[in-house]
Design a protein. Sequence first.
Length: 264
Amino acid sequence: MKKRYLFTLISILLISLLATACSGSNSGEADGKKVLRVGATGQSFPNSYKEGDKLVGFDVEVIEKVAADLGYTVEWTNSDFSGLLGQLETDKIDTIANAVAVTDERKAKYDFTAPYSYAGVTIVTHKDNTEINTLDDLKGKTVAGVLGSQNVKNLEKFDTKGEIKVRTYENRDGAQNDVLNKRVDGYVNSKSSLLAEIKKQNLPLKFVGEPFHYEDVAFPFVRNEKNAPLIEQMNTEIQKLRDNGTLKQISDKYFGEDITVRSE
């Protein structure tokens, strides 16, 4: 009798431990709550950044609204951008809310939600720089950008002859500070983010011509059967937020303009 009781007790314990381990490993039920594991740099104003200990920003607010409407609680992870992509691929997070551009290369690896915003890639230089006024003036010059970002990749594709020197940094602050301190000639980023940053800090930066590339921005997921229904649900909620004006409202709050519609 004692042996049978001990065997039953051990079996129950093992089943309980297994269930606990499984519940915290993926998006879904955890402690009775639906959890969506989302990554963001926390250093990408105004998309995802910190106000004290609180993570805020345009992309943060959009996905938290979508998640809440679907009954999910968001569990945040902060890392540099290249680290976030690695965590997505190894199933440590479910998606990324950090102005992720939809590209052919990424579409081959991930499934994306419908776009919730659009980004024009552009370059700024210091206002004191009178030599750089057009994209052609960047030949032989050094432009800063974030390591692993699509902005840098788009610049390299645009510069087909390799006439622009690209210097990469772990985050936006490093790249932006170097153009402000005139250690580089330019800084590549999305126009919307640059407008918000310039306005917030009254930065002495000027745009170099018009954006040289436009792209959709959406939430990426690893391609599998588990994520497919969630992506469909998120698409429905994104469309609702677009139709009722919530997306525009959040965009105006952080950028001072509507980046949720495609520029012609």
